[in-house]
Design a protein around this ligand. Structure first.
Ligand SMILES: CC(=O)N[C@H]1[C@@H](OP(=O)(O)OP(=O)(O)OC[C@H]2O[C@@H](n3ccc(=O)[nH]c3=O)[C@H](O)[C@@H]2O)O[C@H](CO)[C@@H](O)[C@@H]1O[C@H](C)C(=O)N[C@@H](C)C(=O)N[C@H](CCC(=O)O)C(=O)O
Ligand SMILES: Nc1ncnc2c1ncn2[C@@H]1O[C@H](COP(=O)(O)OP(=O)(O)OP(=O)(O)O)[C@@H](O)[C@H]1O
Ligand SMILES: N[C@H](CCC[C@H](N)C(=O)O)C(=O)O
Ligand SMILES: [Mg+2]
Length: 537
């Protein structure tokens, strides 16, 4: 989906843009040509745009320059290889040539969309898990306190009441600056956004200085993109440099947070939820009611409650509360606003059957790392008096090393694990399931393991297993959360875990009492149900 563009803007001349980034000019064409927008996707070019033709892992953008020209691009930004390709294809557009075009896109986009002088208060959130949740908590609390907020993240971009479904967690710099310009145009005062490690590595937030940068935690993910955990950490740490932020708020519950404090280039405030750990802000959880906690720091105490289920949401809520304080909100206002349930789509989202007559708890969650699977299941365990059943798979063409860990976490905590497909993308789905199962089998536990390729059938099997476990059983369908499609071999089939789970509950309602047919085996023996891979909804 194309990003919104600001309604009106002055054009920048190609000459000033060339000077800004010290580019060489490839043709003798008119340097006073006006540029009114910028994109790196030939399919999104609008008349007057600068088309950034970037080298990529799969293609070189210059090979799509003719398409960009046909759509009305006024000029091209590219590298030497791209310039060569433009000549070969006889694309007659003026071209700015730089060594690393991606690295100058932030500055160019900021100039073109006039976002260099930022009037928005910017909050950026990074970390492996909890970015989306914390972003919703901060932005919805700010809205309760009367702010005009914007939100950019995995699920959507929100500008006032407008909601635009996201393609990626953090938009490319070209789209980001256009979105920020639209937010300014609509009098937004604060923008809360998720900043992924891909974004930090790929210059997507260049030209943005966050008033406050948050770090939630770091655990294994994205090792298909980053060489190792150190490299992944270094990408995240870039947010905590003067280039990108004024100050930080770091959760020091894990070692990466503690290391970040040491290497941060900007002043940081620290927070911990661990008992007896030291930080500027500490959290003491109420033993009777674990969603309640006391937040202490700066000589003050706040009695707070997490409006979202799950122990890990205490950390997210505490981070959001301290962020609000650092943004200048009063303690009373923070206590009031933080109680608001922001409804984070697909995160611990409860699903009920149409009749809502269930005696089991069914949730859809976005856990897709070993750490998140563990956190999500540990959070559900106390609510389980029957059987805890989890449905999970792992994404294809993404970090392969996390699959076993996800399986291990699932088998370590759930009574029954239904291993299924997530987004197989270009990979053989059965080999992804095999890796998850391998991890699950490595755990010394008595949990039942079932392999069901088709995600719809897997969800139904999980509901059946949970019913079999009696009242107080819990079904958790994790990994896809808010997603509304399943990507198999380049095709995205409509698929929504929440709808599927509801349908499974309804179907099970219809055959109430009929459950109980054999199905699961123990950890030593896996039942495989062959089902059609296709899961079109
Ligand atoms: C690894 C990664 O992030 N790759 C991104 C990168 O791809 P790339 O540089 O290899 O580009 P490419 O596909 O070879 O194409 C080269 C150029 O040709 C352009 N092109 C291509 C085809 C065409 O018809 N027209 C056209 O102009 C492309 O826009 C690109 O500029 O630049 C592309 C253009 O913007 C992105 O689409 C692509 O995101 C891929 C699809 C992706 O899946 N990224 C994910 C992993 C990602 O970014 N995830 C993070 C983290 C998620 C989280 O943890 O929350 C996120 O922020 O979403
Ligand atoms: N603070 C946390 N610690 C550990 N696990 C968490 C935490 N917050 C959320 N989770 C788990 O991680 C999942 C993803 O949470 P969320 O979407 O908020 O994170 P994210 O960082 O935005 O993830 P992504 O990078 O995929 O967008 C949740 O569904 C939950 O299972
Ligand atoms: N933002 C995450 C999403 C993963 C979700 C999971 N459903 C998958 O497809 O792997 C990523 O880009 O790794
Ligand atoms: Mg997210």
């Amino acid at each position: 989906m194309s990003a919104p563009r600001p309604a009106s803007r002055d054009s920048s001349s190609l000459r000033e843009l060339a000077l800004l980034v010290d580019a060489s000019i490839e043709t003798s064409a008119d340097l006073d040509v006006g540029v009114t927008g910028v994109t790196l996707d030939s399919r999104a070019v609008q008349p007057g745009d600068l088309y950034a033709a970037l080298p990529g892992a799969r293609a070189h953008g210059a090979d799509f320059a003719a398409q960009a020209q046909a759509a009305g691009a006024s000029a091209v930004l590219t590298d030497a290889d791209g310039a060569e390709r433009l000549r070969a294809a006889a694309v007659a557009l003026p071209a700015l040539v730089v060594e690393q075009p991606r690295a100058v896109l932030g500055a160019l986009s900021a100039r073109i969309y006039d976002t260099t002088e930022q009037s928005l208060t910017m909050v950026g959130i990074t970390g492996t898990n909890g970015k989306t949740t914390t972003a919703y908590l901060v932005s919805s609390a700010l809205a309760v306190l009367g702010h005009r907020t914007g939100l950019i993240g995995t699920v959507e971009t929100r500008i006032g009441d407008e909601r635009i479904k996201s393609v990626r967690t953090t938009p490319e710099a070209t789209d980001l600056h256009a979105i920020l310009a639209v937010m300014e145009e609509r009098d937004t005062d604060t923008c809360v956004m998720e900043v992924s490690s891909h974004a930090l590595s790929q210059h997507r937030v260049d030209g943005v200085v966050f008033d406050l940068a948050l770090f939630t935690n770091l655990s294994q993910d994205h090792l298909d993109f980053h060489a190792d955990m150190e490299d992944y950490f270094s990408a995240k740490a870039r947010l905590f440099s003067t280039e990108h932020s004024l100050r930080g708020l770091v959760c020091v519950d894990d070692v990466w947070g503690r290391r970040l404090v040491e290497r941060s280039g900007v002043p940081v405030t620290t927070l911990t939820t661990l008992p007896d750990a030291d930080a500027d802000w500490t959290v003491t959880v109420d033993e009777q009611e674990p969603s309640r906690f006391v937040l202490r720091g700066r000589g003050i105490e706040l009695d707070l409650r997490s409006a979202l289920p799950g122990d890990f949401n205490v950390a997210n809520t505490a981070m959001a509360a301290v962020a609000l304080l650092l943004l200048g909100e009063e303690t009373d206002a923070v206590s009031r606003a933080i109680l608001t349930d922001p409804h984070v789509p697909g995160r611990m989202e409860r699903v009920t059957s149409s009749t809502d007559g269930d005696d089991l708890l069914a949730v859809v969650d976005y856990a897709h790392t070993p750490d998140a699977v563990e956190a999500a299941l540990a959070a559900l365990r106390p609510s389980t008096t029957g059987r805890l059943v989890v449905v999970l798979g792992a994404g294809g063409d993404r970090d392969r090393g996390k699959r076993q860990g996800m399986g291990r976490a699932a088998a370590g905590l759930a009574d029954a694990v239904v291993v299924t497909d997530d987004n197989p993308r270009g990979e053989d789905p059965s080999s992804i399931r095999a890796a998850v199962l391998e991890g699950a089998r490595s755990v010394d536990s008595s949990s039942t393991l079932v392999e069901v390729g088709g995600r719809r059938e897997a969800i139904r099997e999980a509901v059946r297993l949970a019913r079999e476990g009696g009242p107080g059983s819990v079904v958790a369908v994790v990994g896809k959360g808010h997603e509304t499609g399943q990507e198999v071999a380049g095709v995205v089939h409509p698929f929504d875990d929440r709808e599927e789970l509801r349908a499974a509950l309804d179907a099970a309602d219809g055959e109430a009492g009929a459950a109980g047919a054999a199905g699961g085996t123990t950890n030593d023996e896996t039942t495989t149900t062959d089902t059609d891979e296709e899961t079109t909804g």
